[in-house]
Write a protein that binds this ligand. Structure first.
Ligand code: FES
Length: 302
């Protein structure tokens, strides 16, 4: 086989071309049959539309709620009644500088990181390209656009390449979110002493952070970072641990779609739970308290 630089590439029509994008694949080189048919035309006889429609409903409901909570819901971002310390995951880490206008939600200062991580996620890209752009809407189903496809090489889609950097931010956020879990399991009695406690909110916040952790650790970029670019684990430093880590992330990666949906739903539910408690709509049940340790309020605060 000739060296890569000497090879002749061809487009979908078979015409030879000299230049090739960095991806190694000329745009349109692998256009499927669906790109030649009209939108929605197909010979499939199954209910192919069911998945895209379900995904569209799920994304509209969950993203709609997340926007409401992060932009308009700052007044009820936490619940500290009766010794609890619940913080909505949309507001963590909670940062409210003095210069921030009162009408602006502090969640907007950090939203770019979780939003960017989700928006550039390989799974969500597949989902929203299908349901919102119908490009393609499903396998072997006609698309609206028959030519002009350029992959993710041009603005704004070239920004999808930032996913690995949003992954680094997501890993840092997880540290903060697990600290919030510890706080959610730390109640304060009437004398202000800290104690281990389990309330409904503790479990909601634990589920949210736990599923976010699974979602993050099943990320395709993380899998590549750990071992995806290696040909030989035994040839690199710490190859054994890297191989074990790669196997673990690979096992999680097979469930990435599920973690993507469950984590998004769990974050929304945790916010809703904290919000309902803060608004007094319902009373947070205490399932267990243990005076295992008596400690001053610091560092957990009142
Ligand atoms: Fe989905 Fe990285 S690919 S979070």
């Amino acid at each position: 086989m000739p060296p890569l630089t000497d090879r002749k590439w061809s487009d979908a029509g078979g015409a030879a071309t000299a230049s090739l994008p960095a991806t190694g694949t000329r745009p349109g080189a692998h256009a499927g049959r669906g790109s030649q048919d009209g939108l929605g035309k197909t010979e499939r006889t199954d209910a192919w539309w069911l998945v895209p429609v379900s995904q569209a409903i799920g994304l509209v409901v969950l993203i709609g709620y997340a926007n409401y909570a992060a932009i308009l819901g700052a007044a009820h971002h936490e619940y500290t009644g009766a010794g609890r310390n619940y913080l909505s995951p949309f507001y963590s880490p909670y940062i409210r500088p003095a210069w921030l206008p009162g009408w602006l939600s502090p969640a907007l200062l950090i939203l770019i990181f979780p939003l960017g991580f989700r928006a550039t996620c390989y799974y969500y890209r597949k989902a929203y390209y299908r349901v919102f752009f119908a490009d393609p809407v499903a396998c072997a189903v006609g698309e609206a656009r028959s030519k002009g496809y350029c992959g993710e090489l041009k603005f704004p889609f070239v920004l999808q390449n930032l996913h690995r950097y949003f992954l680094y931010a997501a890993l840092a956020f997880l540290v903060v979110l697990w600290w919030d879990v510890i706080k959610a399991f730390t109640f304060h009695d009437s004398q202000g002493a800290a104690q281990f406690g389990v309330g409904g909110g503790s479990l909601a916040i634990l589920a949210s952070t736990g599923l976010l952790t699974l979602y993050t650790f099943s990320c395709h970029s993380l899998r590549h970072l750990i071992g995806g670019k290696l040909d030989c684990f035994s040839c690199v430093a710490a190859g054994g641990p890297r191989l074990q880590a790669w196997r673990g992330v690979s096992a999680l990666n097979g469930h990435h779609m599920g973690f993507a949906w469950w984590s998004l739903a769990a974050v929304c539910f945790a916010d809703l739970y904290v919000r309902m408690c803060s608004m007094g709509v319902f009373h947070d049940p205490i399932l267990m308290t243990i005076h295992a340790f008596d400690m001053p309020l610091s560092p957990f605060g009142p």
